[in-house]
Design a protein around this ligand. Structure first.
Ligand code: PNW
Length: 611
């Protein structure tokens, strides 16, 4: 039973029986392990006869959890863990044949600051990333996006590589300060807007649908100077910007994203401060920023809904990113609880207000309690008024989702540290057998993709999902034979296929990240996510296909992974050539046969030796 554990006192419990040290009579309660050990003793090992009984120990998670103290936390994450708890490693990795629905969209993504360059061309205003990247020591190698991939001058080249990939959609973002240099509609930079017209026209001519993100992290510096996302006047400024873009480009664009990854805007830019604008107030600022991002998103969605939807007929949503969290130790309730907190503080922070209404209970409760305990008069998490909850809830046409990786979670007590991480109260680690990438945070974890897609289905009412980003990086020596990338896409897309076919997750489209190697934020050009390598030592800044280009296009033309016996024409890309060759052989044969027929007395022909 639990006892006095040397200098650890009663804090470490080794017992098969739980002892309640708070009660004078020291009551003992058997733990699950007590029963198991009793059985092993009874069987004198693991008797095959009685193994049925012993199997209780290998029961699915549902039962295992039931034996632990019931968690008060409501979360669909449990449903997902229960569903997959009995999945064997073999099952987890098993390749699944099948295809996505007809009309599924296959895309590739990029973002303005990461590829455009032309940082001060034709009247463009500065963005927070121009300023951040021009600050010494902010970016690896002091790289910046002044030229980047020079996409501002390379519409034709970019569309050519998109055609080579055979994508049906191209996701790119608009640089707010390129079109509205001071962030407001007081002055419109037509030359900058014209770049997007040229790009959209070229895409449409190539039969590629534009999927446009309005905000991919590059706020006009002029707006940052008056407080940026911290100042709630940003909400109407963003709405006006969105209104302006819908008005000018909306007749050509059917797919919109308001804001990319609000989590990263809030945390990377204002919590950890390692992205622009580089603010570091991790206990309060991310929550204020997140609050205004959600309100701004909702206003942009409403203006589209009220003013443009009927005539432009497009769809619009926010793109939310998140890791999937597994408990570090699947036999520990506290690790499940930590994983639930991690999930609700990540995907749940933004998805709950948009899909279910208001912040989730875990964030509301934990942040309030920790704020009050630190002597603050109110929660550091701002509150939505009931009208705001209503205004934000339901502002989606699909679930835009970016997924890269999974983590293993465990509880961490940050005492009263007023920090987002302290509120979350969870740390994370990875399984050392997971393959790594060029980015420290990104481990190859396709199984988590299927799980988090299931979570979205269960938690947010089965919305249609468009995966708007998913990809892998490398660093170091350039090697165009990027088999690790082909492997990543095959495995991840196959898990998405399982989510669609086996679990009924409503996936409508998939978008890979990224079209070409580009400016990877604070990592500069050192981490490369592209299907195309960008040769910066060539004056033309040429794009060179990596091996994975043909592998991704094959998945696209196959619309997934059709069974070899299905006869899907994509499996035989040389099908036409083969038919053609057979035709030639047949014709040739016929000619020869008739030749022999007419010369039937000729011995050489009969013996066929000539042929
Ligand atoms: C996304 N993380 O950012 C962005 O939308 C892209 O602009 C970026 O290039 C891409 O993913 C690859 O990083 C993320 O640390 C940046 O977990 C960092 C994380 C996740 C997404």
């Amino acid at each position: 039973m639990d006892g006095f554990e040397a200098n650890q006192g009663y804090s470490q419990r080794f017992g098969l029986h739980y002892v309640n040290f708070e009660v004078g009579s020291r009551p003992r309660t058997p733990k699950q392990s007590a029963y198991l050990y009793a059985e092993i003793i009874e069987q004198n090992g693991f008797s095959s006869q009685k193994s049925k009984k012993f199997k209780a120990a290998e029961r699915p998670l549902t039962r295992r959890l039931a034996a632990l103290p019931p968690s008060e936390v409501p979360s669909q994450a449990k449903v997902v863990w229960e569903k997959f708890s009995s999945q064997s490693n073999f099952d987890r990795k098993m390749y699944h044949y099948g295809t996505f629905p007809e009309g599924f969209s296959w895309g590739i993504s990029s973002s303005a600051y990461q590829i455009e360059g032309g940082w001060n061309a034709d009247g463009k205003g500065l963005s927070i990333w121009d300023k951040f990247a021009h600050t010494h020591l902010r970016i690896s190698n002091d790289d910046n996006g002044d030229i980047a991939c020079d996409s501002y001058n390379k519409v034709e080249e970019d569309v050519a590589i998109l055609k080579q990939l055979k994508v049906t959609h191209y996701r790119f973002s608009i640089s707010w300060s390129r079109v509205l240099p001071d962030g407001t509609t007081n002055y419109i930079n037509e030359a900058g807007l014209n770049y997007y017209h040229r790009l959209v026209d070229a895409l449409i001519a190539a039969n590629i649908q534009p999927h446009v993100t309005l905000y991919h992290w590059d706020l006009p510096q002029a707006l940052q100077d008056i407080g940026g996302w911290e100042n709630d006047t940003i909400v109407t400024k963003f709405r006006d910007y969105a209104d302006f873009i819908f008005d000018r480009l909306g007749h050509k664009v059917k797919f919109w994203i308001t804001i990319n990854e609000p989590y990263n805007v809030a945390m990377i830019g204002h919590g950890y401060g390692v992205g622009a604008p580089g603010d570091f107030r991790p206990g309060t600022l991310p929550y204020v920023i997140g609050h205004n991002l959600l309100k701004a998103h909702a206003e942009a969605w409403h203006i589209y809904n009220d003013k443009y939807r009927a005539k432009q007929n497009g769809i619009i949503s926010i793109t939310i990113n998140s890791d999937w969290s597994e408990p570090r130790n699947p036999y520990k309730q506290e690790d499940y609880d930590a994983a639930i907190r991690a999930i609700q503080f990540y995907i749940g922070w933004f998805a709950h207000p948009v899909y279910n209404g208001d912040y989730n209970d875990i964030m509301k409760t934990v942040i309030r309690e920790r704020s009050l305990a630190a002597g603050l008069s109110e929660s550091r998490l701002p509150e939505f008024t009931p009208e705001e909850v209503k205004r934000i809830k339901g502002t989606y046409d699909y679930f835009g989702f970016n997924y890269y990786t999974t983590v293993l979670t465990f509880p961490v007590d940050y005492k009263n540290l007023q920090h987002y991480d302290g509120d979350k109260g969870a740390g994370s680690t990875v399984d050392l057998t997971w393959l790594d990438s060029g980015s420290g945070w990104l481990k190859v974890t396709p199984f988590g993709f299927r799980r988090i897609l299931n979570f979205i289905k269960e938690e947010y009412g089965n919305p249609p999902i468009i995966i708007t980003e998913n990809g892998i990086s490398e660093r170091g020596t350039v090697d165009l034979n990027d088999t690790h990338r082909s492997h990543y896409y095959e495995k991840y897309i196959n898990q998405a296929l399982k989510a669609y076919l086996l679990d009924g997750v409503d996936i409508r489209g998939y978008t890979a990240w990224s079209l070409m190697d580009n400016f990877e934020w604070a990592k500069g050009f050192s981490e490369r996510f592209g299907f195309f390598y960008v040769n910066h030592s060539d004056p033309n800044i040429s794009r060179v296909a990596k091996k994975s280009v043909s592998d991704y296009s094959k998945i696209i033309t196959c619309n997934g992974f059709p069974h070899p016996a299905s006869g899907h024409e994509c499996l035989n890309p040389t099908g036409l050539n083969v038919t053609f060759a057979l035709l030639i052989v047949a014709t040739f044969g016929a000619v020869c046969a008739s030749f022999c027929f007419f010369k039937s007395k000729n011995q050489i022909c009969k013996s066929g030796k000539t042929f």
